[in-house]
Design a protein around this ligand. Sequence first.
Ligand SMILES: Nc1ncnc2c1ncn2[C@@H]1O[C@H](COP(=O)(O)OP(=O)(O)OP(=O)(O)O)[C@@H](O)[C@H]1O
Ligand SMILES: [Mg+2]
Length: 289
Amino acid sequence: MKKIKSGIYGLNTIMDGGINLKSTTVVIGCSGAGKTTFATQFIRRGLENGQEGVFVSLDENKEQIIKEAMEMGWKDIMDYVKDKSLVFIDASGKDFSAFIKKELPSFVSRWEGADARIAIDPLTPVIWALNDRYEQRDVIGFMLKEMRKIGTVVATLEEHGTKGDLSGNEVIIPMYLADNVIHLNYMPMEEGLHRRLKIIKARSTRHSDNYHRYSIISGLGIVVDTNPYSPPKTRKIAVRFLADIKKMKRNLPPSAYKKLVSAVELMRDDDFIGMRMEDIMKSIMDEYM
Ligand SMILES: Nc1ncnc2c1ncn2[C@@H]1O[C@H](COP(=O)(O)OP(=O)(O)OP(=O)(O)O)[C@@H](O)[C@H]1O
Ligand SMILES: [Mg+2]
């Protein structure tokens, strides 16, 4: 799977090197969590590399987004707007259903670039505009599918309520549809505000399961603390696993033996956390008895 650098400092380390090319990522957070910052930072990283950027805004206008980026210290954003490598699609106030079903596909079919970065910020008004769950799934799914035709997509979602457990109706459907889900979580603590990030899922990616502190720093944007996560590198258990499989060769059908031996190539030690080798081996043998 080809990876692209997210532009969010620290995130690549805990996401197996970056975001999968042409995947869809949903970033969930309450107001002020840093969703727009995330989306802008992601797009800006691509622009820096000569990739094009498409910013789909559903409630803030282009001027407001540019203003916020400038305030973050990202003055170069204006250069990209001028040379048209960054384009805005302003859908605020439109009939979202018609916009997504008609205007977006025509934009996509006219698009001549390759591998753009697309931000949809926030996706929430679309969900609210559609009251039927089936229609929400249909329209959001269609939108993500269309946009990924031209590149890698980041869509943000507002989280309402204070529980912070992602159980809200407005987040469930996009969470299922997206390849990756990142939660930006605010925790009011006695010593002040605590921001933490968690990767809820990332398809085809070995990612951290921990909470990671993050800050929003002028000029840089979101910076994620990669501790307490170190990418798994060791394969000691895999080596033991292979040795055990070899011992069991006589008791296994040849095709199963071959499959298990090739499976070992993918294993890393952290796949086995909390499980005993003997139990895994017993389950495998039971399967073929
Ligand atoms: N120029 C800046 N320098 C440092 N921190 C900033 C700057 N601008 C914004 N922030 C921080 O980022 C937070 C807002 O980030 P952002 O606008 O990305 O949030 P959001 O999740 O998009 O919020 P909303 O849901 O209201 O749109 C602010 O609350 C502030 O803490
Ligand atoms: Mg915002």
